[in-house]
Unconditional design. Structure first.
Length: 311
């Protein structure tokens, strides 16, 4: 598979060519998954010659919290991370929607999987063009995974820790191998957690339901966005544990996340959801979400950072 990256990235304290940003094979982050990452979207507006970056402060707040959970030293503040990000966007002068990948990693070459000794983390940031990650229109076929979500006392899902994504990879591979688009994880005690890289919502009797953050889910920024937008639309919301079989009898279901945006689910474990078409609450939230992230909704202005690309 060939991937496109923007030509510049931030690496070892400065903006350099993406192709020149390399680490040693002995790097702890590579050996043991000791890293923390983020995923932020930018939406290009040709008419404004600039981009809207969505909830950048919240993304960096979670990023720094993930490092705090690991208990490592990190040399950058949220403000510095935002400044670096804005400089990189300007330098790459993107003319398309894009995805930013901030990455904090254990760059020591020490052998031990312990960062009590070599505790410094380095920072890199790169970007790639990104439109859809999972289809937002076709309706996804989903499978409840036989792999359980990593629990808070194993590798906390609340933190976006690279090594934990082996758990995601196992579940999404199993889903693909079964001709599905994505997986849904259960917690160790058998409640619904989330997708492999996205949060989950269902609708039952016109009520929007999502698992609480204490059910081993990432505290998704899109999840929080959807909860806020639902309130704006007057939709009743329940944040509570969800049983597996509630998935089979719900009226609507969708995933949300920075990558997937709002992607509706057509089928779970071969049970058709609702009438097999996008549900009306999902559709209303999806439409409002795209207006919000692309900068067409005034009320959500405080969530957006505009970066002008005018020369
Ligand atoms: N859960 C997991 C496991 C994820 O990797 C992601 C993607 N970051 C999400 C949920 C969605 O989070 P967000 O809305 O902040 O992108």
């Amino acid at each position: 598979m060939k991937y496109n990256f923007f030509p510049f990235c931030f690496f070892n304290g400065k903006i350099v060519e993406f192709e020149s940003a390399k680490v040693s094979v002995a790097t702890k982050a590579l050996q043991y998954g000791m890293a923390v990452f983020g995923g932020i979207r930018g939406y290009y507006r040709k008419d404004l010659s600039g981009v809207y970056v969505f909830r950048i402060s919240d993304h960096y707040k979670r990023f720094l919290n993930s490092l705090k959970i690991l208990g490592v030293k990190f040399p950058y503040s949220a403000k510095e991370l935002i400044d670096i990000t804005v400089s990189l966007i300007k330098k790459n002068s993107s003319k398309s929607n894009f995805y930013l990948r901030p990455f904090a990693y254990a760059d020591s070459l020490g052998l031990s999987p312990n960062f009590a000794v070599d505790s410094d983390f380095n920072f890199t940031l790169y970007m790639l063009p990104l439109e859809e990650y999972l289809s937002i229109n076709k309706g996804l076929r989903v499978k409840v995974s036989s792999f359980r979500r990593v629990a808070d006392n194993a590798i906390p899902s609340r933190a976006k820790i690279s090594g934990a994504y082996v758990n995601s990879a196992l579940a999404s591979k199993e889903a693909y191998d079964n001709n599905c688009d994505e997986a849904i994880f259960l917690t160790e005690d058998g409640h619904i957690a989330e997708g492999s890289a996205e949060n989950l919502f269902i609708v039952r009797n016109n009520r929007l339901i999502t698992p609480p953050v204490s059910d081993d889910v990432l505290e998704g920024i899109t999840r929080d966005t959807i909860l806020t937008l639902a309130q704006r639309l007057g939709i009743e919301v329940e944040v509570r544990s969800i049983d597996r079989t509630e998935l089979y009898v719900c009226d609507e279901a969708f995933f949300c996340g920075t990558g997937v945006q709002v992607s509706w689910i057509k089928e779970i474990d071969r049970r058709v959801i609702g009438n097999g078409k996008i549900g009306k609450i999902t559709k209303a939230l999806q439409e409002l979400y795209f207006n919000v992230v692309q900068g067409f909704d005034e009320e959500a202005e405080s969530w957006r950072t505009f970066v002008s690309l005018k020369k």
